[in-house]
Design a protein around this ligand. Structure first.
Ligand SMILES: C[S@@+](CC[C@H](N)C(=O)[O-])C[C@H]1O[C@@H](n2cnc3c(N)ncnc32)[C@H](O)[C@@H]1O
Length: 452
């Protein structure tokens, strides 16, 4: 790979003796990895090996993901390069937490944070770019998250809705992406000597909004996939200078992980508590991670009002008719929210959404069609098979037919809606009519597992 001369000079000066090893690492192949989803009833992947765990990540393994497998399509695994896995580990929220992932698409950190939350608390997963926010919502749905709301806001508009609301905030900031160079050679083309400084300015603005949304006593996790001190230690030094109520919190360092470098910023010794993952020292693409805590204190704001349900009588009736056929335990009516033609189950205690740009206010239960309700794939993915009345078990071959959009036959299954299950994993809904399973797998997601 042709690295810019100014880049080589910069890191030769900064890293001294370590520089040749660092620069040589850019010639290596990128490291691939994936996490296993603990919210899928303890199922283990069959098309991906778990031989090489990532030492510092509860759910992480080395290896590339095959997107056309049941493992991936059911949300049992999520592809993530290993050094990025340490961000979620450091954040490690508890099930009752209110968590914000402020720069969230495509969803690597969000799905990791949710893995610790056991469908409890509230996770607001925000992405400024609409298209990316939609991809994020798809990944959230595949992972099966019940406690997650996906929003499409800029940080400065979001701060008005959630003042001092969250006790864990992750800012996985847009950055100069030097840690992406191996994976994405085009990223090198964007790099200029001034690029890190302009990214640093944008990151400061994002951090200012994040800090307004952090509760007293709450934690902020800041990360980048770049090595540039301007975006890493220097931004943290700026934050500590300007927000005296914020303190760095040390992060456990596994072999190969380095301390933050105070000498690359204003010399503040607290910066050592941050962490650097370099690709010549860990098996991964590289990351910077800092953890900070806000001092305890009095809340300045009132608790927000909860979002109310909004179904009319007909909508309730249509939903309950299908709900009774498929779900063993009804969803409390207070959690139901109609949004366009779709019906959602909101996370408990969701604050009023008012004029927020919301992509997904909870689990998409399905869609209202003329005089009827059609259950949606996300409802299947967000629950274990045991949550459903009369699941239909599919063989691998039937699953392949299903994701291809074909109909197939089953015996001794009653007419009506059934959740479809393959190898213990929920994969969607089918409508059985006299032994034929009508296919409701969304058209835009259909694919051929094998070349036919
Ligand atoms: C490093 S990526 C996030 C990766 C994600 N956390 C994950 O683990 O999959 C940074 C994200 O910040 C978004 N972004 C860009 N400009 C932004 C801004 N001004 N404020 C907030 N987010 C921004 C980008 O669209 C991008 O999706």
């Amino acid at each position: 790979m042709q690295l810019p001369t100014a880049f080589i000079q910069k890191y030769t000066e900064l890293l001294g003796e370590e520089a040749p090893a660092f620069l040589a690492a850019f010639e290596e192949q990128p490291t691939r990895g994936f996490r296993v989803n603990p919210l899928k009833g303890g199922q283990t992947p069959t098309a991906h090996t778990l031989k090489e765990p990532v030492q510092y990540c509860s759910f992480g393994y080395y290896g590339a993901v095959d997107g056309k497998t049941l493992d991936h399509q059911s949300g049992l695994i999520y592809s993530q390069e290993p050094s990025a896995m340490y961000v979620g580990e450091v954040a490690h929220p508890q099930p009752q937490d209110r968590v914000l992932d402020l720069c969230a698409a495509p969803g690597g950190k969000t799905t990791h944070l949710a893995s610790f939350m056991a469908q409890g608390g509230l996770l607001v997963s925000n992405e400024i770019n609409r298209k990316r926010a939609e991809i994020l919502a798809e990944n959230v749905e595949r992972f099966g998250l019940q406690n997650t709301v996906v929003t499409n806001e800029s940080p400065d508009s979001l701060e008005k809705y959630f003042p001092e609301f969250f006790n864990v905030i992750v800012v996985d900031a847009p950055c100069s992406g030097e840690g992406m160079f191996r994976k994405d050679h085009e990223a090198v083309q964007y790099w200029t000597p001034d690029y890190p400084a302009s990214c640093a300015n944008r990151q400061k603005k994002i951090l200012q909004s994040a800090l307004k949304m952090l509760r007293p006593g709450g934690r902020l996790i800041y990360s980048t996939c770049t090595f540039a001190p301007e975006e890493d230690e220097q931004n943290m030094a700026w934050l500590l200078q300007n927000y005296p109520d914020m303190q760095m919190v040390p992060i456990k360092k596994f072999p190969g992980m380095q301390d933050g470098r105070p000498e690359w910023a204003d010399g503040n010794p607290q910066l050592k508590a941050a962490l650097r993952l370099f690709p010549h020292q860990v098996r991964g693409e590289g990351h910077f991670i800092a953890q900070l805590q806000k001092a305890d204190g009095q809340m300045q704001v009132k608790a927000p009002k909860p979002q109310k349900t909004n179904l009319n009588r007909q909508q309730k009736q249509d939903w309950h008719k299908v709900e009774g056929q498929i779900l063993k335990t009804p969803i409390p009516e207070s959690r139901l929210l109609v949004f366009g033609d779709y019906l959602y189950a909101m996370p408990a205690n969701l604050p009023q959404l008012a004029n927020l740009q919301v992509v997904r206010p909870g689990v998409n239960l399905g869609r209202y069609k003329k005089n009827r309700f059609e259950p949606g794939l996300p409802l299947a993915l967000a629950n274990q098979p045991e949550a459903f009345v009369a699941p239909v078990q599919l063989t691998q071959a039937q699953w392949e037919n299903y994701v291809h959009g074909d109909t197939f036959t089953v015996s001794e299954v009653s007419n009506g809606w059934h959740v479809l299950v393959c190898r213990g994993l929920t994969v969607g809904f089918g409508k059985v009519v006299n032994g034929t399973v009508k296919n409701f797998y969304p058209k835009k997601l259909r694919f051929a597992v094998r070349n036919k």
